[in-house]
Design a protein around this ligand. Structure first.
Ligand SMILES: [Zn+2]
Ligand SMILES: [Zn+2]
Length: 240
């Protein structure tokens, strides 16, 4: 009898509050993406660069030319899927519109990609935005993703360690070199939280990894304050 009631309640709930795809708004049976949107996501898997995660065409257990030329300050970067026209529109919605519920799904996919590497991590730290930008947008997408990772992993989430201390021009459209110069010196570790970084393994969270210059600069600052390890986790990464 109770299963009959539960089943009926479920039907009534679905009629009153239909579940929709978190990207296109089509009706779906369970929360997440509809089958059409799911097909469009380009998930990242091996083989890839052991440090920055650049996918390789052939089966190689190696480091890419960029990382060989100049080793990044982070130890590893992990992304759930590729940044292309499809994922761009999904991430832009999350970034600029009031659709923060997407964070739950994105966080879930990120965790699927990085759970193994998070096993021995001590803290989750989001890439910060300048407080004036935060005031305007009211939230920082990296913080929402970091909180989701905390829920899934149980690892402490610490949004107060890193600070954006200098406003910078948008990174979009800048070359790799200019991006590096643009963010140089724009992040700092809050002096009250220096002991929290010392000797710790940090999960640094951002939405998209483009050239990696922001993640690299944050990692440089964290390592300067004795972080033992920095693993960058993003939703998507741009093919370089
Ligand atoms: Zn859809
Ligand atoms: Zn690499």
């Amino acid at each position: 009898m109770s299963s009959f009631i539960n089943g009926t309640l479920e039907i009534v709930k679905n009629i009153c509050f239909p579940i929709t795809c978190c990207n296109c708004g089509n009706f779906v049976d369970s929360e997440g993406l509809c089958s059409d949107c799911w097909k469009h996501i380009k998930w990242i898997s091996d083989p890839k660069c052991k440090i920055c995660g650049t996918p390789f065409e052939i089966d190689l257990d190696a480091i890419c030319p960029n990382c060989l030329r100049k080793r990044p300050h982070f130890d590893k970067a992990i992304a759930a899927f590729k940044y292309d026209d499809f994922s761009r529109s999904m991430i832009l919605k999350f970034k600029h519109w009031d659709t923060t519920y997407i964070a739950e799904k994105l966080g879930h996919w990120m965790y699927g990609a990085c759970a193994k590497d998070m096993a021995d991590a001590d803290i989750i730290v989001p890439v910060p935005i300048h407080f004036l930008k935060r005031l305007k947008r009211q939230y920082n997408q990296s913080e929402l993703l970091g909180m989701e990772l905390q829920k899934l992993s149980g690892i402490p989430y610490e949004p107060r360690i890193l600070k954006k201390i200098k406003r910078t021009d948008p990174q979009e459209g800048l070359s790799r070199e200019r991006r590096l110069r643009n963010v140089r010196g724009s992040f700092g570790v809050d002096e009250n939280y220096v002991p929290l970084v010392d000797g710790k393994s940090v999960i640094l969270v951002d939405d998209v990894l483009t050239t990696g210059s922001t993640a690299n600069e944050c990692s440089r600052v964290l390592k300067k304050h004795n972080a033992a390890k920095v693993i960058v986790v993003t939703v998507a990464r741009v093919d370089q």
